[in-house]
Design a protein. Structure first.
Length: 505
């Protein structure tokens, strides 16, 4: 199951690049900037704005004299429920102190005061009002332009090479070829494969499926974080920072029922329980005004989005519900972002470095992107002289005339209903049977870009369902109704390869 699209590389427009970076979030842009500062020519392939831009809350870093990276580590371990990889977690909290300085050096102007968010024991979250991700994104893009790094608009379709990376095929009005021996995936996560999500739906996570077709395994794909405070019937997320400032979560009677600063899985589960009981749940920002906080000035993005949807946060509580937010699993990588295929690296949400364990601590994702983007760049710099360049001609022909028997929306509904916030064996088995049935005839699908996208995100869904069924316990964001407690025998990672699943071969 190496390729889906039909192509002949000898007939495609082609070029060469020392390093190709797929994705333009904080992980990809950091990697590109550091590689360029090291003297290498890089090419960024992107299909547009991703999740970094929309990140409201902030970036955690223990830089204050009264704080310490060790305390940050303990907070992250507590949230990760025994599955954080200590080696990479120490790297995250220690090197994060250096990387915040780099972000400032590259032009990010953080607010003077740091803030606290759920699960943190100290106000260590750096922010730029409520548009921290956008501020970082814009500063890094300016640095990219100043350094003259080439950017190509397009979408990854295929990775070439069997034992190592030899190039990629991407789509930009037609299929095109880039010969390269080093490929960095920075393509984001797969939380949009659920019906209710805070993600832009175009951030589909299908690049993970492309990697899976090359034999890459996904680590811990069952762990999908659901953000507790997404505005009902929208994908508008209300940042953790709002609760950090004192906003309250209340039921329809106006009563609090959860500590708002608990880790996300705890808060989201409490909200979900209330919703299942038939009530409504609200986020009350009015209490912030009583503390003298001007909502429009402190949270301009959130305030504007709410007003556009017809809500007035100064006068009324906002109806909320949990929605899928962050894909904790991803491409299995080492502490330098190196994958198991020679020449392939991954960083950010599409990678699984092990720092988050079973539940990501708030504001650690932007930190992961900049810390490991920096490390990936240095690993690529040292590896490049040892990677052999090869430009083999590849021709792939598959006869396909049929449309898939389902749509992306069908998949999203299936994942939400059978593998959403609460999971149990019967529903997971039903979902697996249905998805495998859908995938059974994939070789007969017409070779369109849309069908390729659907296949690849379906492979990620297959990994999530399979490992969620295997993990017979509740740990972090993975909650099994039929196994509601942690079990010591499952305090280990899961690993999924499509080549171990007979239904996709």
């Amino acid at each position: 199951m190496l390729h889906f699209l039909n192509f002949d590389t000898s007939q495609l427009p082609s070029e060469k690049a020392q390093v190709v970076i797929c994705g333009s979030g904080i992980g990809g842009l950091t990697t590109a900037i550091v590689l360029r500062e090291l003297g290498l020519e890089t090419l960024i392939l992107t299909r547009g704005i991703g999740n970094t831009y929309y990140s409201q809350g902030g970036i955690a870093c223990a830089s204050h004299p009264e704080d310490s990276p060790y305390l940050h580590l303990l907070d992250t371990q507590r949230a990760g429920r025994g599955l954080c990889r200590e080696e990479t977690l120490r790297i995250l909290v220690d090197e994060g102190v250096q990387r915040i300085a780099d972000l400032k050096r590259w032009g990010v102007e953080f607010d003077k005061e740091t803030t606290i968010e759920g699960g943190h024991s100290f106000p260590r979250v750096f922010k730029v009002k409520d548009y921290t991700g956008r501020a970082i994104y814009e500063a890094l893009w300016k640095r990219v332009k100043d350094l003259g790094i080439r950017v190509v608009m397009g979408e990854l379709q295929e990775i070439l090479g069997e034992a190592k990376v030899e190039g990629i095929i991407y789509y930009d009005g037609g299929l095109k070829l880039i010969h390269t021996k080093a490929l960095v995936l920075a393509t984001g996560g797969a939380a949009s494969m659920f019906l209710y999500t805070s993600n832009p739906v175009k951030v589909r996570g299908d690049a993970l499926g492309i990697a899976m077709r090359k034999g890459i395994s996904l680590l811990n794909p069952e762990f999908v974080q659901f953000h507790p405070t997404v505005v009902k019937d929208t994908n508008i997320l209300i940042s953790e920072a709002v609760r950090g400032e004192g906003a309250l979560i209340i039921d329809q009677k106006g009563e609090r029922f959860v500590d708002e600063l608990q880790p996300r899985d705890v808060v989201a589960r409490a909200i979900y329980k209330k919703l299942r009981e038939g009530g409504d749940v609200y986020l009350d920002l009015r209490v912030l005004q009583d503390k003298g906080i001007d909502l429009e000035k402190r949270f301009p993005t959130i305030y504007t989005l709410l007003k556009e949807k017809g809500y007035d946060p100064q006068r009324e509580p906002i109806p909320i519900r949990p929605a899928s937010h962050y894909f904790i699993g991803g491409v299995e990588v080492d502490s330098y972002g190196k994958a198991t295929l020679e020449g392939l690296y991954a960083v950010g949400e599409c990678a699984c470095s092990g720092v988050h364990g079973a539940n990501r601590l708030a504001s650690n994702s932007l930190l992961e992107g900049v810390v490991f983007g920096y490390r990936v760049a240095y690993r690529v710099y040292h590896d490049l002289p040892f990677l052999k360049e090869e430009e083999r001609k590849v021709k792939h022909k598959r006869k396909g005339m049929h449309n898939p028997p389902y749509t992306f929306e069908d998949l999203r509904k299936l994942m939400w209903e059978k593998c959403g916030f609460e999971r149990e064996e019967r529903a997971l088995k039903e979902a697996l049977e249905k998805l495998r049935g859908w995938l059974e005839g994939w070789k007969g699908w017409e070779d369109t870009i849309e069908n390729r996208q659907l296949l690849d995100i379906s492979l990620v869904a297959l990994a999530t369902l399979t490992t969620a069924l295997w993990r017979k316990e509740s740990r972090g964001v993975h909650y099994r109704v039929d196994y509601p407690y942690e079990r010591e025998e499952y305090r280990r990672d899961s690993l999924f390869s499509i080549f171990d699943d007979l239904y996709t071969n």
